[in-house]
Design a protein around this ligand. Structure first.
Ligand code: DQA
Length: 161
């Protein structure tokens, strides 16, 4: 599993009060940039991390992870997260286990997809997880992630306990 963390801009002795957000990409998303670019675009996950870390540096601590192993993906979700932005890839359409875990964890999350799955093959129209999400963003390439993070931060701000 690949996992990276956005750097804190604050001095090392100060307490980081930014919400800790997991940005979790699932199966085959490690291939972004060379995988069917006509559908998924040319940007890589590394590009996404660089852009998102920069854009949200002041407002969130972003932890990026990608794995092709479903059990690792499930384990990842059970962390000290204020919320998550998830793109489970094909697990979106297949994994009842992922849906059950998200229901059990009660983790506020936004589901994102690079492509507009509603405009693609019918087997991509159903998501096991979307009904549990705060919201879904799809069809904007890597901007779906950025919009998803923005939406989640606004959701957390207005629904802070
Ligand atoms: C995807 C859409 C899924 O249908 C597909 O299996 C993926 C990528 C997207 O981001 O558009 O792997 O989640």
């Amino acid at each position: 599993m690949r996992k990276t963390k956005s750097k804190s801009r604050a001095n090392p002795n100060s307490v980081d009060l930014r919400p800790r957000i997991l940005v979790a990409s699932g199966v085959n998303l490690d291939l972004l940039g060379r995988r069917e670019p006509g559908i998924y675009g040319h940007a890589t996950l590394q590009d996404l991390e660089a852009i998102a870390s920069r854009e949200f540096a002041a407002r969130a601590e972003l932890v990026f992870a990608q794995t092709n192993v479903e059990s690792e993906y499930l384990a990842l979700l059970d962390g000290a997260w204020a919320g998550a932005v998830i793109n489970p890839g094909a697990w979106t359409h297949t994994s009842l286990a992922l849906a059950d875990r998200l229901a059990g964890l009660q983790l506020p999350f936004v589901e994102v997809h690079l492509s507009n799955t509603a405009a693609r093959e019918t087997f991509r129209h159903h998501s096991y997880t979307a009904r549990l999400a705060v919201g879904v963003v799809q069809g904007f390439g890597i901007n779906s992630y950025l919009l998803g993070i923005e939406g989640l931060l606004r959701y957390l701000m207005t629904n802070a306990s």
